[in-house]
Design a protein around this ligand. Structure first.
Ligand code: SF4
Length: 355
């Protein structure tokens, strides 16, 4: 049987995979519980790399399952570790496309920043991924597979939190992201609480509505980056498709806590007047504002806002009653902004620093 005709179990939700495996077992004269047993090896804390590794199953059943189903892997092509413990992984897929995943430790938490597309079509002016252009959407197994691959490392890495803030706009790939959310959250998948899973978007409206329609309490983060259409359009071309007013309406209508992501670009979006305008939007949506320092090298012709000015901007927001945090710069010595490891590999440059 060819690979193409086998069913990829990792593109299915845990419930779908279990039911496919149970039906398969029964149709081959094997008790259905063997199918459930096999499904428990797909995700979780000890995922099986191959069917052969499912050693609690009879050898003959493992061989039969392997003829009809597949468990595709992502190939780990590069890894960097920052002095602050942040680890960045470059995975390649069957067609040679490369994506990045970042694991960020913080006390008891380990947050995985996952990619949802290879490249990105949205061309935000400060973003390395946007500069690469769009290659393709990732399938379910390529998104959830990033978490699975890190759980198969030795020693393994287990996420307590997931953020869809790697390469790509997740809500432009909703069909795959929707199913991936189920795999991440389902106790038979990775069992990560919905409140610990954040989908970050530029404000892709249909996707915000689809995420809001899910019953689980998944978190929404919106990349605002500027409080006026005139400024935002210069940073984010998508603003012409979904202008700020529309995005803010959607954020205000979202029935759970929303975070505004705001990258601090020196001399561009960091003045006190702009802080006051941003505060107005945040208050309307009861949004929490996350200020993101640009990494020290800057990006695409932008300079980082100074620490003092970031502090002043945050204070200005607080004066207006807005909750705000300044995100810690993590992994700056390995260029952990999205897309940079892939850019380095493509350009055959030496990484900024690796150990
Ligand atoms: S910031 Fe996000 S949405 Fe914008 S180009 Fe980069 S990856 Fe795409």
């Amino acid at each position: 049987m060819t690979t193409a005709s086998r069913t990829n179990l990792l593109n299915l939700t845990p419930a779908e995979a279990e039911s496919a495996l149970r039906a398969f077992a029964e149709s081959h004269g094997v008790p259905a519980y063997r199918g459930s047993q096999a499904s428990r090896h797909l995700w979780g804390t000890a995922p099986a790399a191959t069917f052969e590794d499912m050693t609690d199953l009879p050898k003959s059943f493992r061989a039969l399952v392997a003829e009809h189903f597949e468990l595709p892997r992502l190939a780990l092509a590069a890894e960097q570790t920052s002095s602050d413990g942040t680890r960045k992984f470059l995975f390649t897929m069957h067609d040679g496309q490369a994506i990045e995943t970042v694991a960020i430790p913080d006390g008891d938490r380990l947050t995985f920043c996952v990619s949802s597309q290879a490249g990105c079509a949205l061309q935000c002016s400060f973003c390395a991924t946007g500069a690469m252009g769009f290659a393709r959407n990732l399938t379910v197994h390529e998104i959830a597979g990033q978490v699975r691959e890190l759980a198969m490392l030795s020693p393994p890495l287990f996420a307590t939190n997931i953020v869809f803030m790697g390469m790509g706009e997740p809500l432009m790939n909703w069909a795959s992201v929707d199913k991936t959310l189920t795999i991440l959250n389902d106790p038979k998948g990775f069992g990560i609480g919905a409140r610990h899973i954040t989908v970050s978007t530029v404000g892709w409206l249909p996707g915000i509505e689809a995420l809001g329609a899910r019953k689980e309490q998944f978190r929404l983060a919106i990349s605002i980056h500027a409080p006026t259409d005139a400024l935002r359009a210069t940073l984010m071309p998508v603003n012409t498709k979904f202008p700020l007013a529309v995005v803010i309406d959607a954020a205000a209508a979202f029935d759970r806590r929303v975070t505004f992501e705001y990258v601090m670009l020196g001399g561009v979006n960091d003045t006190p007047a702009i802080a006051s305008e941003l505060a107005g939007l945040a208050r309307r949506c009861k949004a929490f504002v996350n200020l993101i320092p640009l990494h020290p090298g800057g990006a695409m012709g932008f300079a980082p806002t100074t620490r003092e000015n970031i502090g002043a901007f945050a204070r200005q927001l607080r004066v207006h009653g807005v909750e705000v945090a300044i995100r810690k710069s993590r992994g700056t010595d390995i260029a952990a902004a999205c897309g940079q490891l892939r850019v380095e590999r493509l350009e055959r440059r030496r990484p900024v620093a690796a150990n």
